[in-house]
Design a binder for this molecule. Sequence first.
Ligand code: NAP
Length: 230
Amino acid sequence: MAERPYVLLSCGMSIDGYLNAATDTRLLLSNDEDFDRVDAVRAGCDAILVGAATVRRDNPRLLVRSAARRAERVSRGWRPSPVKVTVTAGAELDPCAQFFTAGDTDKLVYCSSPAVENAEKLLGHAATLIDGGEPVDLSWMVADLHERGIRRLMVEGGGTMHTQFLTADLADELHLVVAPIFVGDSRARRFVSDGRFPWNPDRRATLAEVRQIGDVVLLRYALSARFGST
Ligand SMILES: NC(=O)c1ccc[n+]([C@@H]2O[C@H](COP(=O)([O-])OP(=O)(O)OC[C@H]3O[C@@H](n4cnc5c(N)ncnc54)[C@H](OP(=O)(O)O)[C@@H]3O)[C@@H](O)[C@H]2O)c1
């Protein structure tokens, strides 16, 4: 089996398991202290991945915010922020999105085969386009990331990405932050959708840590024998 990076999934959700509101308004699930914790986790990773829908909807920068952490990375000979990675089938992404424009770091777009040609025209100047099959095969993708030197990968959503990493048993660790709110609208995106998850009544995940961070709680799960190895 091909080697793959250590994969850490990170997300914030409401008490009723939603990642965002159903409306266009962005829902604040974290607090300042927790954003800083996430920043520290980012700073320790080689790459951060989000799905294309998150790039479109949230327009995230995906950079390390703390100047001290950026300086620490540079002192190790790394770029100030991790490589950015996204996955898309349709490649309907705006080259002006902050995913592409923010930060001095590599951007990788794993694209379904039929859209690669168009994606190259649209995004080729802003990112490295990689043909990932149809649909993009995540097992192959993580092996390819490993070949590109990525040893620690942080997956920051959305739900489609989390579902695929979990059901494919490609995750080593999960950071789940529960915010003290309800969304109560099933049109909103849940943390995961339906699927066959390797963790079930016969194979329970290991709860490695519970930490209160202001008004949110971090649940940290060990999902593989590699937990904590890097
Ligand atoms: N609370 C949090 O921590 C958090 C974090 C991140 C996101 N979010 C929220 O999550 C929501 C977005 O989640 P989502 O589940 O709708 O979308 P997502 O996981 O961000 O992205 C899904 C998209 O990724 C592409 N994709 C995924 N798997 C693929 C594969 N195997 N092959 C090819 N393309 C693939 C497709 O892109 P194309 O459509 O381009 O083909 C698909 O539509 C947003 O509301 C966002 O705000 C919340």
